[in-house]
Write a protein that binds this ligand. Sequence first.
Ligand SMILES: *Cc1c(COP(=O)(O)O)cnc(C)c1O
Length: 399
Amino acid sequence: MTITGAWRRTADGAGLLGADGTVAASIFAEMSALAMRTGAINLGQGFPDEDGPPEVLEAARQAISDGVNQYPPGRGLPVLREAISRHQQRFYGLSADPETEVLVTAGATEALAATILALIEPGDEVVTLEPFYDAYGGLIALGGGVHRTVRLRSPEFQPDLDELRAAITDKTRLIIVNNPHNPTGTVLPIETLALIVELAHRHDALIVTDEVYEHLTFGVAHVPIATLPGASERTITISSGGKTFNTTGWKIGWLSAPAPLVTAILAVKQFLTYVNGAPFQPAIARGLDLPDSFFTGIAADLEAKRDVLEVGLTTAGFTVSRPQGSYFIVADAAPLGYPDGAEFCRILPALAGVVAVPIAAFCSPANRADYASLVRFAYCKKVDVLERAAGRLAGISSR
Ligand SMILES: *Cc1c(COP(=O)(O)O)cnc(C)c1O
């Protein structure tokens, strides 16, 4: 029997499976397994090691007790859609009709999947920044799209505006903007966002924003691209409760967009998960309505954690790029004598009892060499864990 299918599609021809036909273990799975096996501190995968707000956890328990355990409506429970709408208004002055312009999804991942699969035709170009969140590459390939990237270069990790102008053409259907950015921690300035809107208009492209770190910026305000003049009519804004409320395992995400786009995306979403997480939906609604002090508190908390890891990495001899948001910091291992970040990550558990992931894992094969010595560490961990990791990393250079 010959098995054919979309799993064969990726821009580089490698397919979504490994060359040997087995499912290619993502670098995150490989590094997490390495952490488990060696007992190393896992700063590879970006999940918090502490629970989120007790009100939110309690609201989920309550919803289960109250019998919110069957399929919710396809667009999501009204209580959550209304909370999402209030949240967009409260933080950004954006209005989204909870009936027609908001869709609840199985995490930001399903929002991205349904959006990409609904809105591209085979051969359409999709532009992302590079390095990019790994799901983008896979989803664009599943949709038969052509993936074009605009590169973020160390140490600033800001896109060159001429490269941006060159990448977005009449062939571009979607521009995916991940801001704040994973893996680099970059926050795009408003001038860059404005240029993206201008280019989207000029080439009649749609903008998809991945804003899962919207509440986790340090000293800079998060600006949703949909707030810029002329943007909201062609923007799909995607976010999720996972990173904000330390509930990455709940997979409650959402998007807001003009009603016709939501309808098109819903047409695909109904055949992906249909719906998910009924009792978690009112719980995330509770979270979105928490007072401003909660949101400023989580950002300040995470900033302090960033500082602990940044100082640790600098002391250990890495060159680091200071992130303005997200869970992650990029460190260059070359000054320590390790030009190959992937190799460095494989020996890091033995070297220092810490796990990180190579930035090359977020790059297209053709561009990996340019990011070879860079590695990503997650700082969404308890302060004492970060201090322990920093202490261990400091020992590398003395070996
Ligand atoms: C974590 C993450 C996601 C996935 O969010 P889920 O809600 O868990 O699906 C999407 N995009 C980026 C940039 C992320 O870091």
